[in-house]
Design a protein around this ligand. Structure first.
Ligand code: ADP
Ligand code: MG
Length: 394
């Protein structure tokens, strides 16, 4: 099904365009710590401004659960956006209240308004029609560029899109183009690298990926559930025994299809999760009972890199170890470099993975950094995302 895009938008000149953005970014002492999600919306915002529109922007931030929570106000985001756009951005202090109505009632072409955190209103997460109606009163046209929220049937994502002439912005369009390519026709060999904390967070994508990839490389804490399900003694490593059946099923499926599941051969272990803990590298068959695995070892990095070097398409989601602590970051660094260096179409997703990429200074080394953590994974499972469905032609 075709996604409606900015080409399909009625002429926005002199109109107020409501743009749903995903500015759910990490803040550090009231300042934006990482502005990737803000920068990623600039093509859409600039295009609309160039076409003579005024913009009413709205986002969520954090989980304020339907109440005003001071630390989740969007004012710091307005400051950063103003710097990036090179023009003033007025942050209003409510979502659909008097101030929002007054400001949006008088907005002129070229002006940019940022509404307050959508999730300060409980009706946002309820996909409430009345709330969507009040949002619709603030603008004439609707553009969705919030890929990170596309898997949520919330009022600003679904009900509002049903009320106004609605299309996808450039970021959402690009995310769908890239991820649908992974889903439908990736150049082969297609290799996925998965890591991160919990296998239970990513069982859906694992099940979907073993149906499609040529190789699945598993690192991070989730590798220990795979190893333990095989009877390997993994000491105090993070294991989810209630997922043994799921990972065994994934392995059986992969075997039947002739897809390779590659697990770590060696790991970096320590008695506790601490930067100054005494660490050592051991084979996975020699993990001491009183220690836990916190990174993949150098032999594993080499083996993973060998598989990645032959790939034509690579998806990477999830760090290979506790990369936040320098002594356990080598595995993530090694895999990041191998992915970046491969002659393949490369896609990276996941909030922590993107943070790792940024710390390594490798942001420009991949074909696509997906801004939607949960949304990217749900899309890659082949699930229909409500925020995308509503923008497709019937
Ligand atoms: P992403 O946000 O990229 O999808 P996740 O949220 O799934 O990634 O997982 C990231 C977290 O996993 C990181 O905070 C990292 O410290 C943790 N992690 C990775 N490997 C291990 C491990 N071996 N033991 C404990 N935690 C780990
Ligand atoms: Mg994460």
């Amino acid at each position: 099904m075709r996604l409606r895009t900015l080409e399909d938008l009625p002429d926005p000149a002199g109109k107020r365009v409501f743009v749903r953005v995903d500015f759910n970014v990490p803040l550090d002492g009231g300042r934006v710590a990482d502005d990737l999600r803000i920068r990623s919306t600039l093509p859409t915002l600039n295009e609309l401004l160039d076409r003579g529109a005024s913009l009413v922007l709205a986002s969520h931030l954090g989980r304020p659960k339907g109440q005003v929570v001071e630390k989740y106000r969007l004012a710091p985001l307005a400051d950063r956006l103003a710097e990036l756009l090179g023009r003033e951005v007025s942050a209003v202090s409510d979502v659909v209240g008097e101030e929002a109505q007054a400001v949006c009632g008088h907005v002129e072409p070229g002006e940019v308004v940022l509404l307050e955190n959508l999730r300060f209103d409980p009706r946002e997460e309820q996909n409430d029609a009345g709330f969507a109606g009040e949002l619709a009163d603030l603008a004439d046209l609707y553009v969705d560029d919030a890929f990170g929220a596309a898997h949520r049937a919330h009022a600003s994502v679904v009900a509002l899109a049903e009320r106004l002439p609605s299309v996808a912005g450039r970021l959402l369009q690009r995310e769908v183009e890239v991820l649908s390519r992974l889903l439908e026709g990736p150049d082969e060999p297609y290799v996925a690298v998965l890591g991160g904390a919990k296998v239970s967070d990513k069982l859906g994508p694992i099940a979907a990926l073993v149906e499609r990839v040529d190789a699945l490389l598993i690192g991070g804490a989730m590798a220990f559930t795979f190893l333990a399900a095989d009877g390997v003694e993994v000491g105090k490593s993070l294991v989810e025994p209630d997922r043994f059946d799921d990972v065994r099923r994934a392995r059986t499926l992969a075997r039947e299809r002739g897809a390779l599941i590659q697990l770590p051969e060696d790991v970096v272990v320590a008695p506790e999760v601490a930067a100054d803990a005494q660490r050592q590298t051991v084979g996975v068959d020699a993990i001491p009972r009183d220690q836990l695995g916190l990174d993949i070892g150098p032999r594993t990095v080499e083996e993973f890199a060998r598989t990645l070097a032959d790939a034509k398409t690579i998806l990477w989601n999830g760090p290979m170890g506790v990369f936040e602590l320098e002594p356990f970051s080598a595995g993530t660094r090694g895999v990041a470099r191998a992915v970046a260096g491969a002659r393949a179409f490369t896609v990276v997703g996941g909030g922590d993975s993107l943070l790792a990429v940024k710390r390594l200074g490798l942001e420009g080394s991949f074909d696509h950094l997906s801004t939607g953590g949960g949304a990217s994974l749900e899309y890659l499972e082949g699930r229909e995302l409500p925020g995308i469905r509503v923008l497709e032609e019937d």
